[in-house]
Design a protein around this ligand. Structure first.
Ligand code: DX5
Ligand code: ZN
Length: 219
């Protein structure tokens, strides 16, 4: 059974308290916090995500799954470590080189937080093989990062399969999390490809019954 990490990127501010409470009651496994800086991706969500993390930490123990779509990564790691998240994921494409990426991952792990690396649709899976021994999770983007409500890019499914096979053949213990455009139509194909955690925003937030939507995605 996969775990579900609900993206709160498109939660309406004026309904946030109710929505976040209802998502907790609906038993989301994680809250997926999409942090965008307006540089690595066009949108800027940092202020709002800080506010939501503040609030979530005051009302629930549901773990936070932070996805940093930013440049200047170190400062953002520091800001979000303050909320004691379950995991912080950085983008492979934001690092100048493997050494810098490893430093970010260490900064996260030294603070008792799981470290993840994310790859955009056009980044080949082979590029992150050298970094796999240093991460808990690979976040495979099935859309171009930057906004919610996009369609899953079918070619990315093959990447999940390839990554799963490599992880198994290497005897590594790395989770595969998949993010972007996941819904009831494509979730089975994504699960069959070998992921452990799915991120969903639109497929949950835009439904009448969050618990039902989460249950169906997990089945
Ligand atoms: C996109 C974000 C995703 C997105 C998921 O940059 O990383 O987490 O918000 O939302 P849906 O499920 O609507 O694609
Ligand atoms: Zn995300």
């Amino acid at each position: 059974m996969v775990e579900v990490s609900t993206s709160i990127l498109n939660v309406k501010k004026e309904e946030a308290l109710k929505t976040l409470y209802n998502l907790e009651t609906a038993k989301t496994d994680y809250f997926h916090i999409d942090v965008m800086d307006g540089k690595f991706v066009e949108n800027s969500t940092n202020e709002l995500m800080l506010e939501y993390c503040e609030y979530l930490n005051s009302i629930t123990n549901v773990p936070l799954d932070v996805h940093l779509m930013v440049e200047g990564v170190e400062d953002y790691i520091k800001s979000y470590l303050a909320f004691e998240p379950n995991s912080i994921t950085v983008h492979y494409e934001a690092a100048k080189n493997i050494e810098e990426l490893k430093n970010w991952l260490n900064q996260i792990k030294e603070n008792n937080c799981k470290a993840g690396v994310s790859i955009k649709p056009n980044t080949k899976v082979e590029e992150i093989y050298p970094i796999l021994p240093y991460v808990h999770t690979v976040l495979v983007m099935t859309v171009e990062p930057g906004k919610g409500g996009q369609k899953l890019i079918p070619e990315t499914i093959e990447k999940i399969k390839q990554l799963k096979e490599y992880i198994e053949n290497s005897g590594l213990e790395v989770d595969i999390e998949v993010d972007g455009g996941i819904n009831l139509e494509n979730v089975q194909e994504v699960k069959d490809a070998g992921c452990n955690i799915i991120v969903a925003g639109t497929a949950i937030i835009h439904t009448e019954n969050y618990a039902e939507a989460i249950k169906k995605l997990k089945q």
